[in-house]
Design a protein. Structure first.
Lengths: 231, 231
């Protein structure tokens, strides 16, 4: 049970799903082995980082051959807890919640939508992509029933903190927040945030570069700014 | 115009929006300066990396004081091309497309939704959150009219490649793909992908760890696997 106590750095954990996606694509393309260089290219990191990350999983590959694709897929799936399904409850049955309930990428990868909740009594009882919209009052009973679930917040920004509080109170210990708001959760609850605007900002960076650099008048640092030193 | 030729590593570019978000939050909380340690904590990286990343922007902070929050916000906004709006065209007026059209986080951060397209003639003419759904046939004329836009693919997986081809043909050079499909774009087009399942996988990793480790029978590496070597 060496794995259970081994500490995997957070940044490595965040890269595992990216590696896994690339490996599944390679596997679909019938590749049986993969070099760290190729995996690095697909994942957008350098090869040394790939080797280091995989070493945390106890995988070292074979010189001149690389890594066994199927085995890495198995190993990562196991590390990521993907060898069984994790039911997801979505709070917020608006467009985003409905879109998430219908997003093929969740169900296909072991995250079936167990329930969709909404605070609006008028929406309760609606059926969205085969999932009935339920009242938030039913949340604690459902969580008690399902055991471990992942709670997804898909409400407007102003409702996000209250929903996070209700999820935590119901015993949900993994929360994914899509609302464009900063929220907090009690200790012992994992919180991740998806900021849909970040990718647009990265694209605008490259678009602007193609157009000739930052659009300030002269691209120079304004006067009167701190001299170089360590912050 | 030193900025215009300076090369900022891709990984740094990807962190800039994360820093920016943290800095805007700090600014909202009335902080006037921030240490690299604090910014590192907020962004989930280490302080040395923050200092290195900011040095690419020509920002070095002041020893014992840190960085000027407002100035960093200005500088990053400029680098990211956020000092003017970038119109966004969304292809796919289903739930996800509608959710994105209505997602407050886009408009608020300089990415107004300029148009929503759908291949389904029955949807054309509908008005979604104030945006009329248009036929994909109108795409080239609209792009020619708006100049640089960011194209967002919010179709089902099977339609994503065709839409990417049509965006590129219309002259769109920045594409963000939400469809759970791997697509390719011509050289000169920036492509980013949002994989909504990645965050769930990271949460399942931590959830599983709390429950006692990988759920394989004994957590050990199966027999018959390659011995340590470099892949």
């Amino acid at each position: 049970m060496a794995e259970r106590s081994r500490r995997i750095p957070e940044a490595t954990v965040a890269r595992l799903p990216v590696y896994l996606r690339a490996l599944v694509d390679e596997s679909d393309a019938k590749a049986s082995t993969i070099s760290s260089e190729r995996l690095a290219e697909l994942a957008g990191v350098n090869a040394a980082k790939v080797r280091k990350d995989l070493s945390y999983l106890g995988s070292y590959g074979t010189r001149g051959v690389g890594y066994d694709v199927e085995y890495l897929v198995f190993q990562m799936s196991r590390e990521l807890g993907l060898t069984h399904d994790w039911p997801v409850v979505i709070v917020g049955a608006g467009n985003l919640g409905q879109a998430l309930a219908n997003y093929g990428g969740f169900r296909d990868r072991g995250f079936p939508i167990a329930a969709l909740f909404d605070a609006d009594a008028a929406k309760v009882g609606d059926v969205v992509h085969g999932v009935e919209v339920r009242s938030l009052d039913d949340l604690p009973a459902l969580v008690a029933d399902l055991g471990h679930v992942i709670g997804v917040i898909a409400t407007p920004a102003h409702a996000a903190q209250e929903v996070a509080d209700r999820l935590a109170a119901a015993g949900v210990t993994s929360v994914l927040n899509f609302a464009p708001a900063v929220i907090s959760v009690p200790e012992g609850v994992s919180l991740r945030k998806v900021d849909l605007a970040v990718e647009l900002q990265i694209l605008s960076f490259y678009q602007q570069r193609r157009e000739g650099g930052p659009d300030a008048d002269d691209g120079a640092v304004p006067p009167g700014r701190p001299a170089p030193a360590v912050g």
